[in-house]
Design a protein around this ligand. Structure first.
Ligand code: SF4
Length: 105
């Protein structure tokens, strides 16, 4: 499982679908990367917990790799940027009391 050395809470790991998959599958590209995402998005019941955990972990270590939480590293980077923009917009709205442009989800 990507990020399995995370010091963060890991109680959900026992239900992770990737524990019965080849770990290398989550560090590939192309068709195998698509298969890793399928395991996450179709078979895993703890995808959301995994995604939030890996995002916190990657924020701490400053790097991203592999597929985790159903997303590849570029998708997770885009999600982090989108969330930061949303926080910035909400702070701006609160400061100005005017709605900023919507961020597509
Ligand atoms: S979402 Fe993917 S990487 Fe995360 S625990 Fe589930 S199968 Fe593993």
């Amino acid at each position: 499982m990507p990020g399995s050395d995370s010091p963060l809470g890991r109680g959900w790991v026992m239900d992770a679908a990737c524990t019965s998959s080849d770990p290398d599958l989550f560090f590939t590209k192309g068709a195998e990367e698509t298969e890793a995402k399928r395991v996450c998005n179709v078979l895993c019941t703890v995808r959301e917990q995994c995604l939030e955990d890996i995002l916190r972990y990657e924020d701490r270590v400053g790097d991203r790799w592999g597929v985790a939480g159903g997303l590849d590293r570029r998708e997770r980077t885009a999600l982090v940027h989108q969330r930061r923009l949303l926080v910035h917009q909400r702070r701006l709205e609160a400061a100005t009391d005017e709605p900023a442009h919507e961020v597509p989800e």
